[in-house]
Design a protein around this ligand. Sequence first.
Ligand code: NA7
Length: 537
Amino acid sequence: MNEGTPRVADFDAVIVGAGFAGIYALYRLRAMGLTVRCLEAADDVGGTWYWNRYPGARCDVESMSYSYSFSPELEREWVWTERYASQGEILRYLQHVVDRFSLRPLIRFNTRLRQATLNESSGRWSLRTDTGEQLTARFVVMATGCLSEPRLPSIPGLQDFEGRIFQTSRWPREEIDFSGQRVGVIGTGSSGIQCIPLIAAQAKHLTVFQRTPNFSVPAHNRPLDPSARQELMDNYPPFRKALRESFTSLAPDAPLPSAMELSAQEREQRYGAAWKEGGIRLLFCVSDTIVSKPANDTLVSFLHERIREIVKDREVAERLLPKTHPLGTKRMCVDTDYYATFNRSNVTLVDLRATPVVGANRHSVRTRAAEFPLDSLVLATGFDAMTGALLAIDVRGRSGRRLADEWRNGPRTYLGVSVAGFPNLFMITGPGSPSVISNMVISIEQHVEFVAELIGTMRARGVDTVEAQAGAQEEWVAHVAAVASGTLFPQADSWYMGANIPGKPRVFLPYVGGVGPYRLKCQEVAMAGYAGFDFRS
Ligand code: NA7
């Protein structure tokens, strides 16, 4: 090598991202004897659970269901403490996993992948990072996360604001003390709804800037009962199997009545029990929540009544009622004391649909109706979901085709895992897979295992590349859309639909045909010799 020529490190596989998906991909591919490097933009592992460390950040899937199942030893030794794990506890878990399996040395931190270009003659990918590092790899595994590309509002004058601006998705490590401050929060999705009660309890005054009211149900979070926890830990394998094979992957399948088959009184009882139990089960306590508008309306009325019961000021309660979308078509939130927070005398709710934000200056945020002097502003304004992080990388496949161009009218994938024209590039929980409509850890394990077995098959067959066939991809894209169109999801301006990003094609991004059925489909594809995939030497 000449002096001055950059050294190009060569690997069998490069994995992008060290969250749940990247960590497991690293573990699996190393176990197959591949040389592997993981690139991670942050200075530690964790992905979502590294970045989103705002007050109150907590998983909305119960902790006993939200962990890896690939290692019985790991399952035995990690003891979750609460019904819903906090961000800190999940981050510690992932740090533990990485150290326990000695994966850390394989991860290059503070390194973001910028460009991935296929070299068609060699069938290898050339990769360039923001640190100037160059790598080549036979396989690229995009474990870039579904909600990892933050979206910020464009507020004229915000650059002049002299207070501190916090982003929930980039929260600082140090403890932030809002005592004595006038704080504003923009955004009332899960992140806003989780941090608002805690900020309100600390701040002198909190102004909540709400554009769209969201449905939220109480978490009823609590320490786990040690004996119930032990019993579940002793029975992890059948429990995990039931989750994997279930429709939602959040709870084992159970027969459910249609809301419309029940009497009004039976519905009240059923919904009341789910509300009392807490968490997202309310969505799944009847069979037709997401496919029947009349059924959905009964749940909406039930939740409106709960909000009216909790929030004392009638006008404020009315402003908090979600009316623009059916329940569940935007991700339902799981909270601790969210609605009750609006009974506090130090909290103001601003309806941005009635009075939009028009600008900011050194000390304030201004709406069309009023000026709100603030010391700190919290932006909980969401993400460019599912495609944002992938398209932030300049990915070029066969004939130099750019992934961004191929996806101009919406993502096109086969099974959410592979793209025609982009051989040996795999996505973990990509668009067109259950992903965000599932228990992410279960979907991640399934995808990583699918990819690992596919690579194993390539080895056995002695082939160099694999990629989706264009025809199989088109059929899958059509199937994903057809299933979504049989639900209420397309009725909402949600990030599932790409609707939170101006100019993003309005396409339903995840697959809602069920996690168990999707797994079966992948198994059928594999058993048919990877039907729909092209293998080339
Ligand atoms: P979400 O769910 O996308 O919520 C973002 C919120 O920010 C939502 O209320 C948006 O209102 C609001 N928003 C976005 N842009 C603006 C502007 N410009 N002005 C005012 N309000 C705005 O993101 P989260 O981080 O809360 O949650 C993401 C997921 O993480 C969540 O679903 C869980 O899966 C975990 P909108 O509804 O667009 O009118």
